[in-house]
Design a protein around this ligand. Structure first.
Ligand code: 0A1
Ligand code: ZN
Length: 883
């Protein structure tokens, strides 16, 4: 057993004993033996004399010097990840540390490592300490100067943060480049890249007239795939100027794409490092969803320059300060670039299907966690997406204009500082002029609040009373929850679906049919006068708070909302609620071995959506899509993955059969013959068209499709000029017919085997296949030439797709799916603990299943725990799951 890392608590936060004003780094690259020399200009931050303690991990300390004199071994210690110098001067002093590291054997992809033979770094959150010894915490902000030295032939490109100050040749075939970043930054924003890369260049003129050079670096074979990323970057830069008044600050902005990366991308100052998935795109290799993802992640990292880099986090408990806020900003950007209601629906689907599940499991934590063992385990849906919902509630409460004032106050007050979530809320409080202390419970209490809604109509008083009661289940950090403060947007519809004017205080020209209620008590009543007949409530418009709602509404009311609500989100939501009810009803039948059937009324509702050509096709696609398996599962006390899949699949097949003519009609109407172009309008058409195709090709379980329908899929696959349509068609065929699917898959691989990102799609499609036998197939693919357990994208495409999305087969009654995941985590943990811990997520949910599955899932968790070497990352997740 390795030494177990201790839990760190927010309440124990202490300011740093020493600050580092300047860092000079000299890094001599070598695959097995990179030499790092650092000089730190340190200054005491406190009166009391304390030892100087630097973090250092997985590195060899070669030499330590203080004010120019080399320290003998008795003047410092280096144990348990800490380099300690007991006696340092009371005045500013210089510490020089020389370390040696081995990038070639770094499979954790944290610190300095090699990807496709090129050097790159990932320092957030605590990777810098694996490069050199440093107070590796975000509240120590320094000005960095970095000299990179490398071989001229294998590393023609040498990059670091900031501006290039000097470069030139050295003897023995090497050269150097010196970079200087004038903005003080924490060590987690440090970056270095070196290798054989080509550069794509453009420029951006800021609104104050400065010219910024934009450089994207990729491997030569990807040179022609950067156009969309570059366009996205320029759009994001303009958008942040227009919507938040934020201009870029350096003269150079660099993006580097690498194939081996643990996450999506990283916002290092002036030198973003990206997973190549979020940079590279051509119509024939990337789908519309990829194009949208690239635009969003490029924007996200760019927006971090102000929300994250100029103003950073005091400590890692405040992670959501930068992440929740930056996700909110990228969501707003995407909404402006595409369709606002559709983007909202997509974001809500993530919250409800995945974040709510996290909130109800053993890893539940508040947006600002009170403690952690391994901070890498807290880059979560809660910190990112729920964090963004919390910001969105502030936006909703304050209104766009006051929110913007709050942002300006935040930037003015804290530029150049490392601050807390409280500081952010305080800026909003100043703008709003109201107290937000109760609102801050969203940062400290975990769990998903639940609202119970009841309406009372009195014809005699012509009055409608809405009553809302809130509660929140206990979680690890707090058993008894104080009531939350949240905005509840509502509307009322009359029996013909007409909106009633509920917002009587609205000024002229403003929305009178939406009322913003504030819920702050455990139970509250709201009165609506002059209501002449029993109204239908459109509750929680635009999902104005991240909560679960219990609201007994009749089918009649749901249909009214589906067809008439002025809030597009709630039109969609009413349809989902109706589908959910029917699905749950049939799941009960399935579990009692009764035949399952789909109700005509549901099919008719979907048909109305499908045929309404006034709607945005992307919205229609969402409206005719059944609730996700995850969201269905969350409605059940004991999740029955087989029943959920079977009923949902049977519904899909029935919809395909009963609406065949309508689906075919829309499918053909949406077929254009213009060449592929990525834009919101064209992408929306393709989305709906492929949604129609998927219904048409949805087979009944164990059933077969007619050859004509199969042919429709095969033809689309063969004729399409773009990845969106070919992969969609391929997916339909693969999930409908094993033999036809296998033939097309072979064709696809032959065509794309040289392109790693397209191979990922090929792997994921097979891992997600709903026909029987997928697990065996996935096991075989782990030995396929295209698979590598060392590449996170491959692991996610094959292993995570199977274990986290193919619920029916992962949870197969024989337990083989669980055993497979156990094997893979055990194999991955010594190589890449961060990814290994993430892969565990499906097993953490064991309490939600029946006793037999529970036992088999726990057995795997126990088995992982018994391994001789378990990383802190995996250990923390396993321990919390079994607690
Ligand atoms: N800050 C990045 C996410 C990120 C976090 C950790 C990483 O490596 C362990 C990499 C990236 C973002 O929000 O984009
Ligand atoms: Zn981020």
């Amino acid at each position: 057993m390795i030494a177990q890392k201790k839990e760190t608590f927010l309440k124990d936060y202490q300011p740093p004993a020493y600050l580092v004003d300047r860092v000079d780094l000299r890094i001599e690259l070598d695959a097995q033996s990179t030499l790092v020399q650092s000089r730190l200009l340190c200054r005491p931050n406190q009166q009391t004399k304390k030892p100087l303690v630097l973090n250092g991990k997985r590195l060899e300390v070669v030499q330590v010097a203080l004010n120019g004199s080399v320290l003998t071994r008795n003047r410092f210690t280096f144990t348990d990840g800490l380099l300690t110098i007991a006696h340092v001067p009371a005045e500013p002093f210089e510490v020089a540390v020389t370390t040696r590291i081995n990038p070639a054997e770094n499979t954790a992809l944290e610190g300095l490592y090699l990807s496709s033979g090129n050097y790159c770094t990932q320092c957030e959150p605590e990777g810098f300490r694996t490069i050199t010894c440093f107070p590796d915490r975000p509240d120590v902000m320094s000005v960095f100067t970095t000299t990179v030295i490398g071989d001229k032939t294998s590393c023609p490109v040498l990059l670091a943060n900031g501006n290039l100050m000097a470069s030139g040749d050295l003897d023995d075939g090497r050269h150097y480049a010196t970079w200087h970043d004038p903005f003080p930054k924490p060590s987690y924003l440090f970056a270095l890249v070196a290798g054989d890369l080509v550069r794509i260049s453009d420029t951006f003129t800021t609104r104050s007239g400065r010219t910024v050079a934009l450089h994207i670096y990729v491997e030569a074979r990807n040179r022609d795939k950067c156009g969309h990323a570059m366009r996205s970057l320029k759009k994001a830069m303009r958008w942040d100027e227009e919507h938040f008044g934020r201009e870029y600050d350096l003269d150079l902005y660099m993006i580097v794409a690498v194939d081996d990366f643990n996450m999506g991308a990283m916002e290092n100052k002036g030198l973003n490092v990206f997973n190549s998935k979020y940079v590279l795109a051509l119509p024939e290799t990337a789908t519309d969803a990829d194009y949208e993802g690239i635009e969003a992640v490029i924007a996200h990292e760019y927006f971090h320059n102000w929300t994250g880099n100029r103003i950073t986090c005091r400590d890692w408990f405040q992670l959501s300060l930068k992440e929740g806020l930056t996700v909110f900003r990228d969501q707003e950007f995407t909404a402006d670039m595409s369709s606002r209601p559709v983007k909202r629906i997509e974001d809500v689907n993530i919250i409800r299907s995945l974040q709510f599940r996290e909130d109800s499991g053993p890893m539940a934590h508040p947006v600002r966690p009170p403690s952690f063992v391994e901070i890498n385990n807290f880059y979560t849906l809660t910190v990112y997406n729920k964090g963004a919902e919390v910001i969105r509630m502030l936006f909703t409460l304050l209104g766009a204009e006051t929110f913007r004032q709050g942002m300006d106050i935040y930037f003015d007050r804290h530029d150049g500082q490392a601050v807390t979530c409280d500081d952010f809320v305080a800026a909003m409080e100043t703008a709003w002029g109201k107290d937000l202390s109760q609102f801050k419970r969203w940062y400290s209490q975990a769990g998903t609040p639940e609202l119970t809604v009841t309406g009372h109509y009195s014809a005699a008083d012509q009055q409608f009373i809405l009553e809302i009661e809130q509660s929140c289940p206990p979680t690890r950090e707090s058993v008894v929850k104080e009531p939350f403060f949240m905005p509840i947007a509502i509307g009322l519809l009359d029996e013909n679906g007409n909106a009633l004017p509920v917002n009587t205080d609205a000024g002229t020209g403003t929305d009178t049919d939406t009322k913003m209620l504030i819920l702050s008590e455990q139970r509250q009543q709201y009165f609506f006068p002059n209501i002449t007949s029993k109204p239908t409530v459109s509750f929680l418009r635009n999902f104005s708070a991240p909560v679960k709602v219990h609201h007994a509404q009749s089918e009649e009311e749901l249909h009214r909302l589906m067809t008439h609500d002025t809030d597009p989100f709630n039109r969609w939501e009413a349809g989902q609620t109706l589908s959910l009810r029917h699905i749950l009803e049939q799941i009960a039948n399935f579990q009692h071995q009764q035949p399952i059937s789909i109700r005509h009324r549901l099919v008719r509702g979907l048909r109305d959506f499908l045929l309404d050509t006034d709607l945005d096709p992307a919205f229609t696609a969402m409206a005719v899509t059944l609730p996700t398996e995850n969201w269905i599962g969350q409605q059940m006390t004991i999740i029955d993955p087989v029943a959920i899949f079977s009923v949902r699949q049977q519904f899909r097949a029935q919809i395909g059969l009963q609406l065949r003519d309508e689906l075919l009609q829309r499918y053909h109407d949406l077929t254009g013959d213009i060449p592929y172009q990525y834009n919101a309008v064209e992408a929306a058409r393709r989305t709906l068209r492929n949604t129609c195709l998927a219904y048409l090709l949805a087979p009944e379980i164990g059933g077969r499709l007619t050859p004509e329908l199969l042919q429709l899929g095969t033809e689309q696959y063969q004729r399409s000029d773009n990845m969106t349509d070919s992969i969609a068609a391929l997916g339909c065929v693969v999930n409908a017919d094993a033999a036809a699917g296998a033939a097309l898959l072979a064709d696809f691989y032959t065509k794309w085997q040289h392109d790693p990102l397209v191979v990922d799609k090929w792997l994921a499609l097979q891992a997600g296949c709903s026909l029987p036998g997928t697990l065996e197939h996935v096991k075989n693919l782990t030995g396929h030439a295209s698979f590598s357990i060392k590449n996170p994208n491959k692991v996610r495409a094959l292993i995570a797709t199977f274990c986290a999305t193919n619920h029916n087969q992962f949870h197969a009654a024989d337990g083989h799916g669980y055993c497979f995941l156990g094997d893979q985590v055990i194999r991955l943990d010594p190589l890449n603990p961060q990814i290994a811990a993430r892969m565990l997520t499906p097993l953490t949910q064991w309490r939600r299943y029946d006793p037999t599955r529970q036992q088999m899932m726990c057995e795997q968790l126990e088995r992982i725990r018994r391994q001789p070497l378990v990383s802190d990352d995996v250990q923390e997740v396993v321990d919390r799951s079994l607690q």
